[in-house]
Design a binder for this molecule. Structure first.
Ligand code: PAF
Length: 282
């Protein structure tokens, strides 16, 4: 298989597409198996898959994190090609943010709690770059992982509100064999913390099981998850909440399918995860 072609400008991309509305997988690079699944799904559902690789400065709270973010374009291109991508769109910064760029996209409500509360400006940076990318690429379908659930729901809202092109496709979280959600952050865990990290999906699965066997009181469900995580003294919960899947507002009773979302700090690494909770019969 030949590596996909890398284009760095919007005009180069449009020429390469020749009028085809592609599948788009937006990324910041450092591709892992989770991205590969998004690319493979796009390749199976669209005539041509574009993977964008752009480390977006406006979504980093700390400029040092932006500088340190891994930039591995050649290996990313090879991985994307192996998963089925035909084109890599790796724009220079001025292609996304030309001189004089002065627009910020803010999705209110959905972005204020949870990750938004600890990362001011982060979601505005994501919303802005994703809207620029969707207008530049004009995809038929764009693929995002459910792992970053708040991001996905914000993008869905923005896409509907601004009538951006194509369709947004949310794809299930890809997990390693102990259940940990794949993330580029996992590489920063020490071997000990990597072992401990399995407590996060285990806690959410325990809540799923309890919900399925009829527990509807959300305080009880949350206590089950929190107790499970507390068994690992190194893990610190930032939030663990059962929320409405569309608005991300907390719910008190599991009368309809909901989502448990969590952020847990382990070894200085912020681990995000979420799962669907479906009410079952007692
Ligand atoms: O999820 C990511 O990797 C980024 O937030 C995204 C959607 C590519 C925007 O920079």
């Amino acid at each position: 298989m030949t590596d996909p072609r890398i284009v760095t400008s919007v005009t180069g991309l449009r020429d390469a597409l020749g009028g085809i509305a592609p599948g788009l997988v937006p990324t910041m690079g450092a591709l892992h198996e989770g991205h590969a699944e998004l690319i493979a799904r796009s390749a199976s559902e669209t005539p041509l898959t574009v993977v964008s690789v752009f480390v977006n400065p406006s979504q980093f709270n700390d400029p040092a994190d932006f500088e340190k973010y891994p930039r591995t374009l050649e290996t990313d291109a090879a991985k994307a090609g192996a998963a089925g991508a035909s084109l890599i769109f790796a724009p220079a910064s001025h292609e996304i943010y030309p001189a004089g760029f002065a627009t910020t996209v803010i999705v209110s409500g959905l972005t204020e709690r949870w990750e938004g509360a600890v990362r001011p400006g982060h979601f505005a940076g994501v919303a802005t770059v994703v809207s620029v990318l969707l207008n530049a690429v004009r995809p038929a379908r764009s693929y995002f992982g459910e792992k970053d659930y708040q991001q996905l729901q914000m993008i869905r809202r923005m896409h509907a509100d601004l009538r951006l092109p194509g369709e947004i496709v949310g794809c299930p979280t890809v997990r390693s064999c102990d259940g940990l959600a794949l993330s580029s952050r996992n590489a920063r865990l020490s071997p000990q913390a990597r072992g401990d990290a399995a407590v996060v999906p285990a806690a959410l699965s325990a809540m799923q099981q309890a919900a399925g066997s009829g527990v509807r009181d959300v305080a009880r469900l949350e206590a089950i998850g929190r107790d499970r995580i507390a068994a690992c003294p190194a893990a610190e919960i930032d939030y663990l909440a059962v929320v409405d899947p569309a608005t991300l507002e907390p719910v008190a009773q599991l009368d309809m399918p909901a989502r448990v979302i969590t952020a847990v700090l382990l070894d200085g690494v912020r681990l995000l995860d979420n799962m669907e909770l479906r009410p079952g019969q007692a």
